[in-house]
Ligand binder design. Structure first.
Ligand SMILES: [Zn+2]
Length: 142
């Protein structure tokens, strides 16, 4: 009874990421931290989900592989589960694409800052804005 009250907040299921009441965990799955619902998914699916969670932790919200976590990704490349390997390749591809895209943006941005690029900004717009700002401040009573 004492043990039960201590666990009144329920248990965390790593698989679905939910905190669920004790009733949602069977005896065997309790120690595995998997709720009944997720336990029904079967070994392969659970294996995949666990790998997915670990892989997602090694990647930023943008999809960039964290430098220090790259070994985690690399280790999963030789996983027994083909779906896990597929996921790893997808993550690596996304990471590559994102880095290429960023390099491209940086390159274009550098070009814009080169002499000549700035002349493309319409001067009339800038002058007009300055004039309006000046007028507004003149109208101020003090
Ligand atoms: Zn669950």
């Amino acid at each position: 009874v004492g043990r039960r009250s201590k666990k009144r907040h329920g248990n965390f299921c790593w698989c679905c990421g939910r905190v669920r009441p004790n009733e949602a965990f069977s005896g065997k799955n309790h120690s595995r931290h998997i709720c009944r619902e997720c336990a029904r998914l079967g070994g392969d699916e659970l294996e995949y989900r666990q790998a997915q969670r670990n892989l997602e932790r090694a990647v930023t919200w943008e999809g960039l592989i964290r430098r220090r976590q790259r070994h985690v990704i690399e280790a999963y490349r030789s996983h027994d589960n083909a779906r896990v390997r597929e996921l790893v390749e997808q993550i690596l591809a996304d990471d590559r694409a994102l880095r290429t895209e960023r390099a491209e943006i940086a390159r274009l941005y550098d070009q814009d800052l080169e002499p000549g690029g700035i002349d493309e900004v319409p001067h009339s717009e800038v002058d007009c804005y300055d004039h309006e700002t000046q007028e507004t401040s003149d109208d101020l009573p003090f």
